[in-house]
Design a protein around this ligand. Structure first.
Ligand code: ADP
Ligand code: MG
Length: 315
């Protein structure tokens, strides 16, 4: 068992340096050197045990997901990840748990070249708050207020696996590893987000459900959207297990960490080429229309009412 400073030392001992970190863990604050001509993008997201991840989630996956959800926000802004902090609240000073959590955190950090430069370590219910910084060329960030009437709406990857996994966990049903990892180990679309700067108009990451998240884009941009539910991309696992409206409900439930973006129809072939070069499925799911609100429609164009549009705290 360790005290606070031993726990921090365990983390600090494992950090690999980044050349633009002037001062990392160990002082009252970190010092970094932002690149000239680029803007800083700052995001923060918290994971609370039992709210954002099931109680039985492994320490490795908790660490992974805490960073992944933040990288997904950077991706949705078109930013290149650079630095992050980790505020950790632990119910007990458990070295084994902490090491495994940092294993998961750093496994993803290395993939995206983001440096852990500080944080806080406190006693309390299990909770992780990450603040992550990235950079974009000035004026090129992907914003929610940039959708234009006539844009196509695109989705990366597939939707609904995480919600299906969560349903199985909550019902105490066995959940295939492949499916469970879609809930516990999301792959943030950082490369795609970066590549979309200059191609896409508006962009958002689908954390709370595509219809709800797209609703935020519509409000910010002063437009409406039409989404074809039958066009929402599904994995084979989901397509085999769940059909029709039940599938749509899972695909609009959230926790997918895919990117939803709008782009002028003239960008169609550019986006298909991007899908090939990055090896990420990109599917057209609808279009931006005048008016307000998100209309979910079926193959015949009829409006479909789903019981819930997505996840909301205090909702
Ligand atoms: P202070 O008392 O100034 O808040 P702390 O004792 O909380 O300092 O932290 C000491 C150093 O360790 C700081 O540089 C802080 O950023 C870093 N640190 C603390 N907890 C973590 C953590 N969970 N992950 C990374 N760095 C941490
Ligand atoms: Mg502190």
């Amino acid at each position: 068992m360790s005290g606070e400073f031993e726990l921090i030392s365990r983390i600090a001992a494992r950090i690999s340096p980044r050349s633009d970190v002037v001062l990392g863990i160990g002082d009252d604050g970190a010092i970094v050197r932002p690149p000239v001509g680029r803007e800083l993008v700052i995001v923060t997201d918290t994971l609370n045990r039992g709210v954002h991840f099931p109680e039985d989630t492994s320490a490795f996956d908790v660490g992974w997901k805490a960073l992944a959800v933040n990288l997904s926000d950077l991706a949705a802004m078109g930013a290149t990840p650079a630095w992050c902090t980790l505020a950790l609240s632990l119910p007990a000073p458990d070295d084994v748990w902490l090491d495994a959590c940092i294993d998961g955190f750093l496994a993803l950090a290395v993939q995206h070249d983001i440096a852990l430069v500080g944080g806080d370590t406190t006693l309390g219910p299990l909770s992780l708050t990450v603040t992550a910084c990235g950079t974009v060329a000035a004026g090129t960030a992907l914003r929610r207020d940039a959708a234009k009437v006539g844009d196509d709406i695109w989705m990366s990857g597939t939707l609904g696996d995480a919600a299906l996994a969560l349903r199985e966990v909550l019902q105490n049903k066995p959940c295939a590893d492949e499916l469970r990892s879609r809930l516990d180990r999301p792959s943030p679309r950082c490369e795609l987000g970066r590549a979309l700067a200059g191609i896409a108009h508006a962009c958002i990451d689908v954390s709370d459900g595509v219809l709800q998240d797209l609703g935020h884009v519509c409000v910010a941009s002063g437009v409406g959207a039409e989404v074809r539910l039958d066009a929402l991309p599904a994995s084979e696992v989901l397509a085999v297990q769940v059909e029709g409206a039940k599938r749509w409900r899972l695909q609009t439930a959230g926790d997918d960490y895919e990117l939803c973006f709008s782009a002028d129809p003239t960008q169609h072939s550019v986006i298909e080429a991007l899908s090939n070069s990055l090896d990420v499925a990109l599917t057209r799911i609808g279009r931006v229309v005048s008016g307000q609100g998100v209309r979910a429609i079926d193959a015949g164009g009829g409006e479909v009412q789903l019981p819930s549009s997505g996840y909301q705290h205090f909702g």
